[in-house]
Design a protein around this ligand. Sequence first.
Ligand SMILES: [Zn+2]
Length: 173
Amino acid sequence: MSLSHTGKKARDAARARGEQFYVSGRPCSRGHVGPRYVANQTCLDCSKEQQRRAEETRRARRESDAVFAKRRRAQKAIVNRASNKRCRGRKSAEWAAWYAARLQRTPAWADLQAIRKIYNEAARLTKETGEPWHVDHEIPLNGKLVSGLHLAENLRVIPGIENLKKGAKFIMS
Ligand SMILES: [Zn+2]
C-alpha cells in the first residue's frame, strides 16, 4: 500500500467523522508531519507560518506606510461595525425583555429612591475598585418557580464576576 493511498484513506476517514484535520503519514514539502486540513490537504504548520509572515508584512507596512495603516484601520472598522450590528438585534431584544420584566415586577409602592441608591452604590464600587460591581436580584425577576420584585429589599450589590457565575444574562452596574 503506497503512502499516498494511506493518506487518502486517512483523509476520507477524517471527513467521514466530520473532522477538520487528518494526518497523512507523509511529510509536507517543507518537512512537516503534523495535521493537514481535510478540505484542501494544506499543512497546518505551513498555513500558520504563512499567516505569521503575512501579519508580519502587514505590521511592517503599517509602521512605514501611513496611508496603508489608515486604510487597514478603516477596513477593520467596517468589519467591527458589521459584527456589532449583527449582535445588536439580539442585545436589544434581551434588554427589552429585561426592561419589561422589571417594569412588571416593580410595584407602585416601590421606593424608587432606595433602589436608585443601590445602583449608585454599585457604580461607586465599580469606580473605586476598578472592578465591575452589579446589582443583582436575589430572587430573579423571571424565576422558574417564583419571581422576585424590583424592590430595594430584593436587590444587592455583588462583584460582577459573581453575577456572571450565576449565568445572569443582564449585566447591570
Ligand atoms: Zn508544512
